[in-house]
Design a protein. Structure first.
Length: 191
């Protein structure tokens, strides 16, 4: 229903529009924003009212479309804030997308099928993955030895594979012993 309403507004040329020219350092870009407030999300009487906007970015010289996306929000959209709303939504999408990409492809094995667990299993597996990611992010920020090992090995996947192999065949008293073993084995120990 939302896009049917948008199509009617566009056909009657009553969608609010704003164009902004930007220079990206190599060529000019034209951002065209279309927006409308208080549109029904669905077709029934109890439908939530949302505010909708879209952005289309075209190359100024060739007209080539470089980007297109649409967003809904509960903030009222005006000429004075449409750019900020779109910028913030794009940033949020980028953070969520990159975070999920890391969790799926960089050794954390976050999978869609986590949603198929019995009762609380899916939530437990997701929570453990997020805790591992948090733990590794903190280690990367505060532990020089961990950071050096990770940089030396390159990818997270290699680090996790090496860690899995070590823990399969050796028993370590604590995490520090694991890092010391890897540090010496990679010949990072200069003293």
């Amino acid at each position: 229903m939302l896009y049917q309403t948008v199509a009617v507004l566009a056909a009657n040329q009553v969608l609010a529009t704003r164009q902004v020219r930007r220079w990206n350092g190599r060529f000019g870009e034209i951002d065209t924003y279309h927006y409308a407030n208080q549109l029904p999300l669905r077709g029934d009487q109890a439908a939530m009212q949302v505010n909708w906007c879209e952005i289309t970015t075209n190359r100024e010289d060739t007209g080539e479309q470089l980007y297109h996306n649409a967003f809904i929000t509960d903030f009222e959209i005006r000429d004075t804030n449409v750019e900020a709303i779109v910028r913030d939504r794009r940033a949020r999408w980028k953070v969520e997308n990159e975070n999920n990409n890391v969790l799926k492809t960089k050794g954390y094995h976050l999978e869609h099928n986590f949603g198929h667990g019995s009762q609380y299993l899916a939530s437990l597996l997701l929570t453990l993955n997020l805790l591992a990611f948090l733990f590794h992010t903190i280690l990367d920020l505060v532990d020089d030895k961990y950071r050096l090992i990770r940089q030396t090995l390159g990818s997270r996947r290699t680090f996790f594979q090496d860690l899995e192999t070590l823990l399969r065949y050796f028993v370590f008293a604590n995490w520090e012993d694991v890092l010391n073993f890897m540090y010496k084995g990679l010949e990072l120990d200069t003293g």
